[in-house]
Design a protein around this ligand. Structure first.
Ligand SMILES: CC(C)(COP(=O)(O)OP(=O)(O)OC[C@H]1O[C@@H](n2cnc3c(N)ncnc32)[C@H](O)[C@@H]1OP(=O)(O)O)[C@@H](O)C(=O)NCCC(=O)NCCS
Length: 186
């Protein structure tokens, strides 16, 4: 990628993911999970939530970046799994993917999108406002259910962006729980 491509029109389109992207999504996501920047994901999880992902690919088709939505309730949705491949970072793809997640959340009719992150400049520049995790007990509860160490990442900020009202919410479905062709869920 050429240096400093920050014009959104010059960036590769953020598109839906396919079954062929699952392994690459997991690999990119889990590259950052040891540092607590993303939550670890399995192929079974990603395959089941594939419609919630938006990705960008490089010219050779390799995965450059990803983001996903995680629904807590019809009125509460979190932006998760934001990750850009190290070689493609610093060109505007992170912000581009946040915009794609906002567009998807808006289309699905969520009134608000929140994210928990260390990347303050990134989210503030993408139209999010800083809030407090205390406003989101659902998130605290889920962190506790996953791992106590996640809760201890107290340096993370919570960002929220209100979305414009849309027509009545269209339900969306995650994939049915058919047996994975990729083997047993891990
Ligand atoms: C965070 C990450 C997604 C940013 O992707 P990126 O493509 O490098 O970001 P962009 O080029 O779109 O950066 C846009 C702006 O955000 C800022 N920014 C990027 N990463 C940042 C970070 N970690 N903290 C604070 N600001 C950050 C940039 O400086 C830039 O600011 P500018 O417009 O004033 O120059 C990427 O570094 C990454 O994958 N990191 C590892 C995983 C991770 O931390 N995910 C976030 C989980 S919420």
């Amino acid at each position: 990628m050429s240096a400093a491509v920050k014009d959104r029109a010059a960036l590769p389109l953020a598109v839906s993911a396919t079954d062929d992207d699952v392994a690459a999504i997991v690999a990119l996501n889990n590259q950052f999970s040891a540092d607590g920047l993303t939550l670890p994901r399995t192929e079974a999880f990603v395959a089941q939530h594939l419609t919630d992902y938006r990705i960008v690919r490089g010219p050779d088709g390799s995965l450059w970046g990803q983001v996903a939505l995680d629904e807590y309730s019809p009125s509460l949705c979190e932006l998760v799994s934001l990750a850009v491949a190290p070689a493609a970072q610093g060109k505007g793809l992170g912000r581009h993917l946040i915009t794609a997640a906002v567009d998807l959340a808006n289309r699905r009719g969520y009134p608000q999108l929140f994210a928990v992150s260390l990347a303050d400049t990134l989210f503030l520049g993408a139209g999010f406002l800083q809030s407090s995790i205390d406003q989101y007990p659902e998130k605290i509860w889920r962190y506790r259910a996953i791992s106590r160490s996640e809760l201890s990442i107290g340096k993370k900020f919570l960002f929220v962006r209100d979305l414009p009202p849309t027509s009545p919410r269209r339900p969306h479905k995650t994939r049915s729980k058919r047996p994975s062709v990729r083997g047993k869920p891990k």
